[in-house]
Design a protein around this ligand. Structure first.
Ligand SMILES: Cc1cc2nc3c(=O)[nH]c(=O)nc-3n(C[C@H](O)[C@H](O)[C@H](O)COP(=O)(O)O)c2cc1C
Length: 135
């Protein structure tokens, strides 16, 4: 299954980065597939951690692609990372192994900690339209 969500990462200096990504999940495997070049990829290789934010605020998806990434962040609970403050739920992950590729490496991660913050109430048509446009 592919889940469209917001990946938050940090570099070694603690500079946070948000990016929408289609995450592949297969049993316990969580696979992040960034196209090179990618700040998300660089950060994951530097710190080996990321947060998957299950977010229904489509402004975050659109904002990341239009250069507006100044969304509020809070510290992750079990890893050194950041969580999107408006997310409905999040999973903190650690990088386990990499299948390298010149175009799109596969980053296999394991879930460390998942938190539910608020219920998902569904998307209206306008929200779906923004998400599709962002994709
Ligand atoms: C819903 C959605 C899913 C996306 N999935 C991916 C993905 O799986 N891999 C990828 O490299 N970019 C994906 N993108 C595009 C990235 O978010 C965008 O190119 C971003 O800048 C990634 O590069 P970065 O890691 O340097 O931020 C997706 C965009 C959207 C809106």
């Amino acid at each position: 299954m592919i889940q469209e969500l917001i990946v938050s990462t940090q570099n070694k200096l603690g500079v946070a980065h948000l990016a929408p990504m289609g995450i592949h999940s297969n049993g316990d495997d969580i696979i992040i597939l960034p196209f090179r070049p990618s700040t998300t990829l660089n950060n994951l290789l530097e710190t080996h951690t990321a947060v998957l934010n299950y977010c229904d605020d489509v402004r975050v998806f659109a904002g990341c692609l239009t250069g507006r990434r100044d969304f509020a962040l809070i510290p992750a609970e079990k890893i050194n990372g950041v969580v999107l403050a408006c997310t409905l739920a999040h999973t903190e992950v650690e990088l386990v192994r990499i299948e390298d590729d010149a175009t799109r490496p596969k980053l296999f991660c394991k879930a460390i900690h998942t938190v539910n913050h608020a219920p998902f109430m569904g998307f209206n048509r306008a929200q779906y339209a923004v998400l599709e446009a962002a994709i």
